[in-house]
Design a protein around this ligand. Structure first.
Ligand code: 5AD
Ligand code: SF4
Length: 446
């Protein structure tokens, strides 16, 4: 029996899909990338913006034909959109067999068995709850692992649907996280990414108190983990202590994803972000002065209700001042049930699109300029796979998360090598494998 899983949205969903695959494998399914060959199809969905939702409807709609041809194939829709839109999915797509929520993943095997034995369509959505082993997963890659450290979110940024579909914030016990990472290190994992909507608020309601910087420091002492990533950081909880830990530990990457969202204090307040542009700039200054070369990336929303041209100019001003290495930019998308969805929105969509394009143009220039500074320098690169940019080309990531393409043999995949950057593009780098620096290479290969 074959299982096809398609994942939309963020890394938390990717991590959930690894958990879903683990459960399916235990039921006797094996993974396939060919949907027409599958016995079960899982769509793990996203609803953070309207566009994600619309695309999802198209996707589910496309499965109708497949189901007509093969009535026995099970179609299951899980993830954040299920949580948000269960009635619509059940009503509009009668060929969907199971709709399950983000908190129902552990019971998926029972839901599948129930569907098969009763023949009845199933919709199971929990509103709260988290009581399962988060670490039982089938990892997509041998050398990289995603590790959730908090689930849900308590911040209620006024535009965001996440707290409604993922529930309130819960931290995983630090001892469990560390035990799991030790095990992964033994299995040859080189890079871990700690995941949470706001990793900086980690540990608030744990039995044994532990802050994020304490957790990070403990993890950095685990042998053989070469790279520790974490996301997402929230500026309102970003501490000086954390900067110190990142600074002093070699295996914590010098890359911080720190969503700004908006550059105007008026809009930041309306967004309920809990910091001002001055607070943000002071964090950036601290990072830059104490962690030289640290890359900072961000998320920015354009066209929040009430945002005027002068507010948007404040965003552009922040982009120029901070010089983000990269920014993920979004046009505001109203989400039903959030506070911002009730606010009056006077700016026309076409105007927002213009601002959006302006922002992208400026940020692309900055990303390119920052990338150009890397040319001629040598970096450690984790080789992730074959590159699509040419024959015998590999693709890997620098510590700052930028992608570099270079010539090399397939056997290097999953290893850390040295690469000299030869050319910068806006969206990626070109490089040359360096034969020097064998000490590090030997260390990793052993
Ligand atoms: N509209 C547009 N962008 C949004 N994001 C979250 N909610 C919305 C929304 N309603 C963006 C934020 C967040 C990223 C993951 O998605 O920038 O950091
Ligand atoms: Fe959404 Fe804000 Fe929570 Fe991020 S911190 S998930 S933007 S509510």
């Amino acid at each position: 029996m074959k299982a096809y899983i398609e994942t939309f949205g963020c890394q938390m969903n990717e991590s959930d899909s690894e958990r879903i695959l683990y459960l399916l494998e235990n039921m006797g399914y094996s993974k396939t990338v060919d949907i027409s060959d599958s016995d079960i199809i899982i769509l793990n969905t996203c609803t953070v913006r309207e566009k994600a939702k619309n695309r999802l409807y198209g996707h589910i709609g496309n499965l109708k034909k497949l189901k007509e041809g093969r009535k026995d194939v099970l179609i299951c829709v899980g993830g954040c959109a299920s949580q948000d839109l269960k009635e619509k999915i059940i009503d509009d797509f009668p060929f969907v067999d199971i709709v399950f929520g983000t908190m129902n993943i552990p019971e998926l095997p029972e839901l599948i068995e129930e569907r098969i034995s009763t023949g009845k369509r199933i919709c199971s959505i929990k509103e709260e709850g988290f009581d399962y082993n988060i670490f039982s997963v089938s990892r997509t890659r041998k050398f990289k692992a995603l590790i959730p450290i908090t689930i849900g979110c308590d911040n209620y940024c006024s535009y965001c649907i996440v707290p409604f579909v993922r529930g309130c914030e819960k931290s995983i016990e630090s001892e469990d996280i560390i035990k799991n990472i030790r095990k992964l290190a033994g299995e040859g994992v080189l890079e871990i990414t700690l995941l949470g909507q706001n990793v900086n608020s980690y540990g608030k309601n744990l039995d044994k108190p532990c802050t994020f910087s304490e957790l990070l420091e403990k993890i950095s002492e685990i042998e053989n983990i070469k790279r520790i990533r974490f996301m997402t950081s929230h500026p309102k909880d970003f501490s000086d202590k954390l900067i110190n830990v990142i600074r002093k530990k070699d295996n914590i990457v010098k890359h911080i994803h720190l969503p700004l969202q908006a550059g105007s204090n008026k809009i930041l307040k309306e967004m309920n972000r809990g910091y001002t542009r001055e607070d943000y700039l002071s964090i950036v200054e601290n990072i830059r002065s104490r962690i030289p070369g640290c890359s900072i990336t961000t998320d920015i929303i354009v066209g929040f209700p009430g945002e005027e041209r002068k507010d948007f100019m404040d965003t552009l001003d922040m982009v120029e001042k901070v010089r983000f290495n990269r920014a993920f930019t979004f046009i505001y998308s109203p989400r039903t049930g959030t506070k911002a969805a009730k606010l009056e929105d006077k700016i026309q969509a076409i105007e927002k699109r213009k601002w959006f394009n302006e922002l992208i143009e400026i940020q692309n220039r900055i990303s390119y300029e920052e990338n150009k500074k890397l040319a001629g320098k040598k970096f450690e690169v984790l080789v992730e796979g074959k590159s699509t940019r040419g024959k015998n080309m590999l693709e890997g990531r620098l510590e700052n998360n930028e992608i570099v393409n270079f010539k090399g043999e397939k056997k290097l995949i999953g290893r850390i090598v040295s690469v000299t950057i030869t050319e910068a593009k806006s969206f990626y780098l070109m490089g040359e494998l360096s034969n020097e620096n064998p000490v590090r290479e030997k260390l990793i290969a052993g």
